[in-house]
Design a protein around this ligand. Structure first.
Ligand SMILES: Nc1ncnc2c1ncn2[C@@H]1O[C@H](COP(=O)(O)OP(=O)(O)OP(=O)(O)O)[C@@H](O)[C@H]1O
Ligand code: SF4
Ligand SMILES: [Mg+2]
Length: 407
């Protein structure tokens, strides 16, 4: 539905290695390790994060503050700020190019130019802090139009716009002295539709503005023409969110990552925004990663959940499975801590014990000091990842729930 960029075929020339992916997997994060070299010591923020995103999924990352949700998202995008360093792992991505060819590559091995292309066209990240973003000094419509003209070549749309304009002129005044000339021009433009010439900057701008209004309409913005002319501060928090989503989807990404800010929107607004994203997911053929504190929102809007604890994805399952049969002791604790919708976000996830210091993290299973099921092996060795049921993965020596007692 949207035009892909001209540079679609330019990437991936720096990859020598052959990567493989299971069918339907669009992103496969394998053993990702990211650390921050601070004056206090090395913060081992991600300790081998492994998680897969499949086509069409809405995958939630959940876990207490500081567990590594944002660092995982930033590592996938290679946007980790200094003093952070991605030290190990692979981020294998299945890219769909202009001619529908699929290219599989490890994002961590791409050149910075190639990665910029991925960020601009394939994987978009929305930081859910609508107070500072979109840019407060530009009109909403102009910002979306800017993204559209950067990422789409718009040649066909510009030509169609010119044809429409000429046809309107002709319809208004069919006896005009230059009617024949206009008809000839229309046929000439129509003959170029299969291989349209590059648009002028002016035409491109006009088309992008029109498309920006269409995008605002798609995200169910009331009076999109008016909103396009407003500045971000003139919109409510929920509307700014929609504008941000319109902007992110304008580059037609295959994956959209939404990272909730700690000063989150209220839960109802967040659920509305996520419901909207799910509705748009099919239209844009995108998969979504949601980072949130709110398990109620997850239950309502996500198909799969990755539970993170101290830099590790400790459990992964479909949302129904995870909520009905959690097997990692930390997940069970989280689910017991589900608050009422009216409670404040910073009280959401409270589990007995302290969040570990990641400069000197606990040995073995990082959850062992807080775990009621811990045995000696838990403090000695890292638990291996096990598929306890099809599609239900856990890292724990003593899984609970319906699989309890298998060991
Ligand atoms: N720039 C940095 N310098 C040092 N440590 C950092 C930096 N950024 C993140 N960390 C550490 O990495 C760990 C993971 O942080 P991250 O921001 O991913 O947590 P989070 O799960 O997103 O938390 P929240 O829910 O509060 O957003 C934390 O221990 C954090 O202190
Ligand atoms: S591995 Fe041991 S300490 Fe870790 S969650 Fe499982 S039972 Fe608890
Ligand atoms: Mg975060």
């Amino acid at each position: 539905m949207m035009t892909m960029t001209e540079s679609d075929n330019e990437i991936h020339d720096s990859q020598d290695e052959i990567h493989t992916l299971e069918p339907d997997v669009i992103l496969d994060v394998r053993g990702l390790k990211t650390s921050f070299y601070t004056y206090e010591g090395v913060v081992k923020a991600l300790d081998g994060v492994s998680v897969q995103l499949k086509k069409g999924q809405t995958l939630a990352f959940v876990g207490e503050t500081g567990c590594g949700k944002s660092v995982t998202a930033k590592s996938i995008m290679r946007l980790v700020d200094s003093p952070g360093v991605i030290e190990a792992g692979e981020v294998v991505f299945r890219d769909r190019t202009l001619d529908k060819e699929e290219v599989i590559s490890d994002l961590l091995k791409l050149s910075e130019d190639e990665m910029r292309h991925i960020r601009g066209n394939r994987i978009a990240i929305v930081f859910q802090d609508p107070a500072t973003y979109p840019n407060p000094v530009f009109r909403v419509g102009d910002q979306i139009a800017e993204v559209i003209s950067l990422h789409q070549n718009l040649a066909e749309e510009a030509l169609v716009m010119k044809i429409d304009r000429l046809e309107e002129t002709l319809a208004e005044n069919p006896q005009a002295p230059n009617a024949e000339e206009i008809k000839e021009k229309i046929s000439e433009y129509k003959s170029q539709l299969d291989d349209p010439p590059p648009p002028t900057d002016d035409d491109k701008k006009k088309v992008a503005k029109k498309k920006a209004v269409e995008m605002l309409k798609m995200v169910r913005m009331p009076s999109p023409e008016e909103i396009a002319n407003q500045y971000p501060h003139e919109l409510s928090g929920g509307m700014r969110q929609r504008a941000l989503i319109a902007m992110s989807l304008s580059c037609n990404p295959q994956i959209l990552i939404c990272d909730e800010a700690t000063t989150a929107l209220d839960v109802t607004v967040q659920a509305q925004v996520l419901n909207l994203l799910n509705e748009l997911k099919a239209d844009f053929d995108s998969s979504i990663i949601i980072i949130t504190h709110d398990l109620g929102v997850v239950a309502e809007t996500c198909t799969h959940v990755a539970v993170m604890y101290a830099g590790v994805v400790v459990e992964y399952a479909s949302t129904d499975e995870l909520f009905s049969d959690p097997v990692h002791p930390y997940t069970s604790g989280l689910l017991r801590a589900i608050p009422k919708l009216t409670e404040k976000v910073d009280r959401l996830l409270q589990i007995k014990g302290m969040v570990p210091n990641l400069i000197t993290p606990p040995t073995g299973c990082r959850f062992h000091p807080r775990c009621e099921f811990a045995t000696s092996i838990c403090s000695e060795q890292r638990p291996p990842r096990e598929e306890v049921k099809p599609g239900h993965l856990v890292e724990c020596f003593h899984p609970q729930g319906s699989v309890k007692g298998r060991r």
